[in-house]
Design a protein around this ligand. Structure first.
Ligand code: GTP
Length: 319
């Protein structure tokens, strides 16, 4: 059975100020942290052990996930004193796993419903060194692209360019043969995307693409974070209210909004296309559109908030 490493130690600068006190993977999407969605996805692919590779705000994860028993999975923690980059983080976390099984690595800021179990199966049947999930986007100019040959082998890792040679991009979910991880230097800052993968391809290693275009979204920017939540909520409902919420019957909540655990929404409030995290108080007749309200924030009666981040004491326009 495969084991997994979740990369959750980045600074999340593009989501400041939301990431000032909350690491990006712990931001709420459809009522729960992004990491919790990923744990559920990994578990449904048969993974039984996960290491969270943490660094920035590492102390936030343990109180929430503990040993993982609440999710029926074993969760362990690797902490980098200084961020080691994606490759260094994988090497560091793999020490805890000490495994000869396939190691799945998930970028902590991606929501994907691709078939991970099949990705692992193909990786093992190819006896590959690494198998990367590749997805296809309409416009690949904002991404580095990853061409493959007719056998599905990766032929190059190309930087962002004006005229991409393919619309296939790295989707941030890898299956590694553990012997490859052990070649990454310990306690050294390494990027898998910019160093390890290109070197492997240059050295003729067996690097395969698993091309699947199921739902996929990188939640690294404010607009994407809101979109992810709205997409998930709308799969089943117009809005989502988590346990412990108090919502006045005259409030109107639409557009895939989610209301976090123990939050309250006052009379006549209108919430559209927004994320309200846990423990928020939304005053009566407040109007909140296309916005993210951070855990514990209070929105005063009658406030009009559009396309903004609301933290305690601050309302900032989303760039
Ligand atoms: P930005 O600063 O907004 O680019 O976000 P980021 O810091 O999260 O960087 P990026 O989106 O490139 O990171 C991709 C994934 O790798 C995220 O889930 C990060 O949490 C994770 N990550 C990036 N760098 C490190 C690191 O040095 N250590 C660990 N453990 N994880 C990392």
């Amino acid at each position: 059975m495969a084991v997994a490493i979740l990369l959750v130690g980045g600074f999340g600068t593009r989501l400041m100020p939301l990431t000032k006190n909350t690491p990006k993977p712990m931001l709420t999407v459809a009522g729960i942290p992004v990491t919790e969605h990923q744990i559920a996805m990994a578990k449904s692919a048969g993974i039984t052990e996960i290491v969270l590779a943490t660094s920035y705000l590492s102390e936030v994860f343990i109180p929430y996930f503990g040993d993982g028993s609440q999710w029926g999975i074993k969760i362990m923690y690797a902490v980098e004193k200084e961020p080691l980059g994606t490759g260094g983080a994988i090497r560091n976390a793999a020490q805890i796993l000490d495994t000869d099984q396939s190691v799945v690595v998930l970028n902590g800021d991606v929501l994907s419903s691709h078939n991970l179990a099949e990705q692992i199966r193909q990786h093992e049947s190819h006896d590959a060194d690494v198998t990367l999930h590749l997805t296809q986007v309409q416009d690949a100019r904002a991404f580095g692209c990853v061409p493959t040959d007719s056998q599905g082998r990766v032929t190059a890792f190309l930087e962002k360019m004006e005229n991409p040679v393919t619309n296939q991009i790295n989707a941030g979910c890898y299956v590694f043969n553990p012997r490859v991880i052990s070649t990454i230097p310990l306690d050294t800052v390494v990027s898998v995307e910019r160093e390890t993968f290109p070197q492997l391809v240059a050295n003729g290693a067996k690097v395969f693409g698993f091309i699947e275009t199921a739902y996929w979204l990188d939640i690294g920017t404010p607009r994407a974070l809101l979109k992810a939540s709205i997409d998930i909520v709308k799969r089943t409902d117009e809005f989502l209210a988590m346990p412990g919420t108090t919502i006045d019957p005259t409030a109107v909540i639409t557009g895939g909004s989610s209301i976090g655990v123990n939050s309250s929404v006052g009379a006549g409030a209108v919430i559209d296309g927004s994320i309200i995290e846990a423990g928020c108080v939304i005053g009566s007749n407040a109007h909140i559109t296309d916005s993210f309200v951070s855990a514990g924030a209070e929105v005063v009666n009658g406030a009009k908030i559009a396309s903004s981040f609301v933290t305690n004491g601050e309302i900032l326009p989303i760039p």
